[in-house]
Write a protein that binds this ligand. Structure first.
Ligand SMILES: C[S@@+](CC[C@H](N)C(=O)[O-])C[C@H]1O[C@@H](n2cnc3c(N)ncnc32)[C@H](O)[C@@H]1O
Length: 245
């Protein structure tokens, strides 16, 4: 049983519109280049494929893609774009669901490892990625660096977006390593309130999870375009490899 919150039909129907800014061909180009190169002639498995923001254009580039997704509502939006033969999706938890065949690439983007709210489940997610990889295959994660340097003692929230139509801020439980992202979105003259829980983790903790799953660190950059990762980076794209022998 996963600890993830289930994404609703209403959220699924809004998703592509709300994420349009990071879904255009220009915005996705470096992501698709990065993933297609790692997939090579092999197959790719996307954990938490959602509405296919990344998986569908990667498939259109010629990479065979399979998805695992917890929310039937998110998968239903994907299914309007592409049929089951072209891009199969298994409904289930990415930490435990197994699909047939081996993969050259398993990837989990857009901070979605944090939807698993316990360390145990995040470790299981790494193990599930390793289970699906062929020898030499890669697991890729895109994740924000926890923004705790922005949270001085006594302050309870860190704003991450203050724009005309959206106000967003995070609050933190530093003991449980959980943050809640709060959203106030202007719709028809009223603010709609939303909130989601996330278990944040530093890159070093992910490296240890990868090691527990039998994967070796290969590369860490600050973004899909290969920008070097530094102590000031706000996110990372990390690659671990399953040893050949
Ligand atoms: C931020 S969206 C990312 C969707 C897609 N990968 C993208 O980049 O647009 C997070 C997705 O993770 C899914 N999800 C959350 N917990 C999950 C779990 N335990 N197993 C599989 N999918 C999960 C949600 O239903 C949602 O579709």
């Amino acid at each position: 049983m996963t600890s993830s919150e289930l994404w609703s039909r209403a959220t699924a129907e809004r998703y592509d519109t709300e994420e349009a800014g990071i879904s255009s061909p220009a915005a996705l180009g470096p992501t698709l280049d990065f993933l297609a190169e790692l997939a090579g002639d092999g197959r790719a498995l996307e954990f938490a494929i959602g509405t296919g923001r990344v998986g569908v254009p990667l498939r259109e580039r010629g990479v065979p893609v399979v998805g695992i997704e917890l929310s039937e509502h998110m998968a239903a939006v994907l299914r309007r774009k592409v049929d089951e033969d072209t891009l199969p999706v298994a409904i289930g938890d990415m930490a435990t669901t197994v699909v047939p065949g081996g993969f050259a690439l398993v990837y989990l983007v857009y901070n979605t490892i944090t939807n698993l709210l316990t360390q145990d489940e995040q470790v299981e997610c790494f193990r599930n990625a390793a289970r699906h990889l062929e020898p030499g295959g890669r697991f890729v994660i895109e994740l924000g660096v926890p923004p705790l340097r922005l949270l001085p003692p006594g302050q309870v929230a860190v704003p991450f977006d203050v724009s005309e139509r959206h106000l967003g801020f995070d609050t933190f439980d530093l003991v449980e390593q959980v943050l809640v992202s709060h959203h106030f979105t202007l719709e028809d003259g009223r603010y709609r309130r939303g909130a989601s829980r996330h278990r944040y983790a530093w890159p070093a903790e992910l490296d240890l999870m990868a090691r527990l799953a039998g994967l070796e660190p290969e590369r860490r950059v600050a973004d899909w375009d290969g920008t070097p990762f530094t102590q000031d980076s706000t996110k990372h794209v990390s690659v671990w490899r399953k040893p050949v022998a």
